[in-house]
Design a protein around this ligand. Structure first.
Ligand SMILES: *Cc1c(COP(=O)(O)O)cnc(C)c1O
Length: 467
C-alpha cells in the first residue's frame, strides 16, 4: 500500500465512532444478539481477493450495534469496567495512528518521555515513593504478574539465590500467602511464576472480604525463610480493602515482601475522602493497578509499581546487543514489563491525568462512590431488598427477597430490560446482584433511572411468582 491513505475509510470509522458515542447514553445496554446471529453475519470462508476497506468497516460497525454490551455506557454497572473518557479515547486513536513500538527508547523518545512523566504523575497521585519503578502493562493480571516476579526475585536474592539464572528447582522454599478473598489473577500470576495454587498459604477473610490480620499472624507464626504476602485494596465484590497498615507491620516484622493488588482500590489514594480506607498501603513493596478501570482509559492498560526498582528490573529486563541503542541514561520500557514490542499505552494515561488533574481525578473516584451509595440506598428502601456489604467504595451487593432464585432472576431480567447492566455473584454463600460504578459519566439521574428499572424488574418477578 502506498502512503496515500484513502480518507474515506478513516472518515467512515470516525463517523461510526461518533454516531456510537452520541447514542451511547440512550442505548439498550446489554448485547441483543447471540453467537449464532453474530457468526451468521461474520463468518465467511477466508477471502482470496479481499474486499473494499470501507465495506469491511461498515460490516463490523453494523454487527457491533447489537453484538456488544455497551461497557462504556454510564449505566453499565457490570464487573469493574469503566468507560473511556473522551480525552483518553482521543489520545488512544492517536496511539494507533502513530503506531509506535514503545518497547525501546531509541525507536520513540516521545513515547518513552510520555511514559516517564506518566509514571511520575501516578506515583505522585497515589502518594507512593517517588523512586518506585513503574511498568505499563495490559491490565491487572499482568501488573500482578510483574510485581510478583519482582517479589520472587527479591525474596530469593536476599537468601542468596538468583532465580532468574537458576530457576526455582532446588531454590529455598518461598512461602506465598494469599487470602480467601484474593482475586483470581493473583493465583494465575503465581502459577505463571512457578508457585502452584495448592502450595499457597490461604488466610481467612472476614464477612466483607478483608484479609484477617490475626489469621495472617497465626499463619506465619511457624514459617521461616522467604515470604511473599499478597494483600488487596478493593475486593471485586464488596470493594472492601484489607487492613493494610496492620498487614504491612506483620510483613515488616517477617522481612516479607508485601504486594497489594489495587486494581481499582489503589485509586482510593487519589480521593481525599477515601484515603483512610487504604491507610498503610504506601508501606507495601509493590502495587498493581488498572488504568482501564477507574481512570477510564480504553483497554488495555494496567500499571505495575515496585518500590525496589533493581528487583523489578532484574525480573523483567531483556537485553540483547541488537536492542541496546542508547547510552544508558534513557529508560527502555522493556526493562519493566513482560512484553517486548507493545503499544504506547501510557499516552492515554498521560492525556487523562493531564486533562483531569488531581481535582478531576478525585471527582471521578469520589463521585462513583457517592453514586454507588445512592444506588444502595434507593434499592434498600424497597421492601425485601437487602444490601449485603458496607458500601465503602464503588461496589454494592444487593439481594432480593432473601432468595437465590429471585436474585438471579432479577439480574437476568435487568440485563434483558436494557436500561442498565448488572452482573451476578455469590457472596458468603448467597446469590447477589453486583453493582459497580466505575464510569466517569454516571450521573445521579442514571442511578435514579437504573434503580427504578431494577425495582420494576423485581416487582414483575415477585408478581409472576405469586400468580
Ligand atoms: C479487575 C481486577 C484484576 C484484574 O485486572 P485485569 O485488568 O482484568 O487484568 C485483579 N484484581 C482485582 C482486585 C480486580 O478488580
Amino acid at each position: 500500500m502506498s502512503n496515500d491513505v484513502p480518507d474515506s475509510v478513516l472518515d467512515r470509522a470516525h463517523d461510526h465512532a461518533q454516531r456510537y458515542l452520541h447514542g451511547l447514553a440512550a442505548r439498550h445496554v446489554g448485547a441483543r444478539a447471540e453467537r449464532d446471529e453474530m457468526m451468521a453475519a461474520l463468518h465467511e470462508p477466508l477471502s482470496t481477493l479481499g474486499e473494499d476497506d470501507s465495506s469491511v468497516i461498515d460490516l463490523l460497525a453494523g454487527q457491533a450495534e447489537t453484538g456488544m454490551t455497551d461497557c462504556g455506557s454510564p449505566r453499565y454497572f457490570g464487573f469493574v469496567i469503566g468507560g473511556a473518557h473522551p480525552v483518553a479515547l482521543a489520545a488512544d486513536w492517536l496511539v494507533s495512528t502513530w503506531d509506535q513500538n514503545a518497547g525501546i527508547h531509541a525507536i520513540s523518545p516521545f513515547s518513552a518521555a510520555v511514559e516517564e512523566v506518566a509514571a511520575e504523575w501516578l506515583l505522585d497521585l497515589f502518594g507512593l515513593p517517588n523512586d518506585a519503578s513503574v511498568g505499563f502493562v495490559t491490565g491487572g493480571q499482568m501488573a500482578n504478574f510483574t510485581c510478583l516476579a519482582a517479589a520472587r526475585h527479591a525474596v530469593l536474592r536476599r537468601v542468596g539465590w538468583d532465580v532468574e539464572l537458576d530457576g526455582l528447582a532446588g531454590a529455598p522454599r518461598v512461602t506465598v500467602v494469599v487470602s480467601a478473598a484474593t482475586h483470581v489473577t493473583i493465583d494465575v500470576a503465581l502459577r505463571y511464576l512457578g508457585f502452584g495454587t495448592r502450595s499457597l498459604v490461604t488466610v481467612d477473610a472476614d464477612d466483607q472480604g478483608r484479609m484477617r490480620a490475626d489469621s495472617l499472624r497465626d499463619a506465619l507464626a511457624t514459617v521461616g525463610g522467604p515470604v511473599i504476602i499478597c494483600a488487596q485494596a478493593g475486593n471485586v465484590n464488596s470493594g472492601a480493602c484489607d487492613p493494610l497498615r496492620e498487614i504491612a507491620e506483620i510483613a515488616n516484622e517477617m522481612d516479607a515482601w508485601l504486594h497489594v493488588d489495587g486494581a481499582f482500590g489503589l485509586w482510593a489514594r487519589a480521593s481525599a475522602e477515601l484515603v483512610p480506607l487504604v491507610d498503610g498501603i504506601e508501606k507495601a513493596d509493590s502495587w498493581s493497578t488498572d488504568a482501564h478501570k477507574w481512570l477510564n482509559v480504553p483497554y488495555d492498560s494496567g500499571v505495575a509499581i515496585v518500590k525496589h526498582a533493581a528487583d523489578h528490573r532484574a525480573a523483567m529486563s531483556a537485553s540483547a546487543a541488537y536492542l541496546i541503542q542508547t547510552s544508558g541514561a534513557e529508560r527502555d520500557a522493556i526493562d519493566w514489563v513482560p512484553e517486548l514490542s507493545r503499544r504506547a499505552r501510557a499516552i492515554p494515561i498521560y492525556a487523562t491525568v493531564r486533562a483531569l488533574g488531581r481535582k478531576g481525578i478525585d471527582d471521578v473516584i469520589s463521585r462513583s462512590c457517592r453514586r454507588a451509595r445512592q444506588m444502595a440506598s434507593i434499592l434498600q428502601s424497597a421492601e425485601g431488598v437487602d444490601v449485603l456489604n458496607d458500601v465503602v467504595l464503588n461496589q454494592a451487593l444487593v439481594r432480593f427477597a432473601d432468595s437465590d432464585d429471585v436474585t438471579r432472576a432479577v439480574v437476568t431480567g435487568v440485563q434483558a430490560e436494557g436500561t442498565c447492566w448488572v452482573s451476578g455473584t455469590t457472596w458468603n454463600g448467597h446469590a447477589a446482584m453486583r453493582v459497580s460504578v466505575t464510569n466517569w459519566a454516571t450521573s445521579e439521574h442514571d442511578i435514579e433511572l437504573s434503580a427504578a428499572a431494577i425495582l420494576k424488574v423485581y416487582g414483575v418477578e415477585l408478581h409472576n411468582r405469586i400468580h
